[in-house]
Design a protein around this ligand. Structure first.
Ligand code: ZN
Length: 147
């Protein structure tokens, strides 16, 4: 177990188990995951994530290009697309900030990036899982015509 703290969150992460879990998953946007254009775009936007988020994902063993349940909500007038992506990792969530969310940046109501962790254990004595989510307005980068 590896201790991770981030903006009021404190976790114990089972890094090896998480890494192994992601190793075997298909990439977001592939047929085995979901190959809709929203997912294909999302996987590309992971390259544009703020460095602090990329570093955090690396620290907890989560591959941002795999495994997430991706929800696309709508396109804003500024051209950005609101997404929520839910990831899983192995470990224990020890502490959360009161806000239950961490704002990575906030420009306006239709341009922000926030993340959070939550416990997703349904039963006791099962292997501990943590949910990690991203809620953000992301650019549209995928060029579907060139395929
Ligand atoms: Zn999809």
């Amino acid at each position: 177990m590896q201790s991770v703290s981030f903006e009021g969150y404190e976790l114990e992460v089972d890094y090896d188990k998480t890494i192994n879990y992601y190793k075997n998953l298909p990439f977001i946007g592939e047929k085995e995951h979901c190959d809709c254009s929203y997912c294909k775009n999302y996987v590309l936007t992971t390259n544009t994530f703020p460095m602090i988020v990329k570093d955090l994902l690396q620290e907890i063993g989560v591959n941002p290009k795999k495994g997430a349940e991706v929800s696309h909500f709508y396109e804003e007038e500024n051209g950005k697309h609101m997404y929520v992506a839910d990831y899983r990792l192995y470990g224990k969530l020890l502490k959360s900030p009161i806000s239950k969310t961490s704002k990575i940046y906030y420009v306006s109501n239709n341009d922000y990036f926030q993340i959070g962790f939550e416990s997703v254990n349904i039963y006791e004595n099962t292997s501990e899982k943590i949910g990690f989510w991203i809620e953000a307005f992301l650019p549209w980068i995928v060029d579907l015509d060139s395929e």
